[in-house]
Design a protein around this ligand. Structure first.
Ligand code: ZN
Length: 59
């Protein structure tokens, strides 16, 4: 499962209607609304996703 970077809902990449490639990474969205929000401030949401991945990483 992928996570919607805007609202943090779980999104199944296989049937996601809304997807954006940004800096070589695909982002999946639960709705057009979330995709548009990402489109407005992609760098903000990209950074948020990176921060969360770092917190979840297990070393
Ligand atoms: Zn969403």
């Amino acid at each position: 499962m992928a996570t919607d970077p805007v609202c943090e809902a779980s999104v199944n990449p296989h049937n996601a209607y809304w997807m954006i490639w940004y800096k070589g990474t695909p982002y999946y969205f639960c709705s057009e609304k979330c995709q548009l929000a990402f489109d407005m401030k992609p760098e903000t949401y990209r950074q948020r996703v990176l921060d969360r991945r770092q917190k979840e990483a297990v070393y």
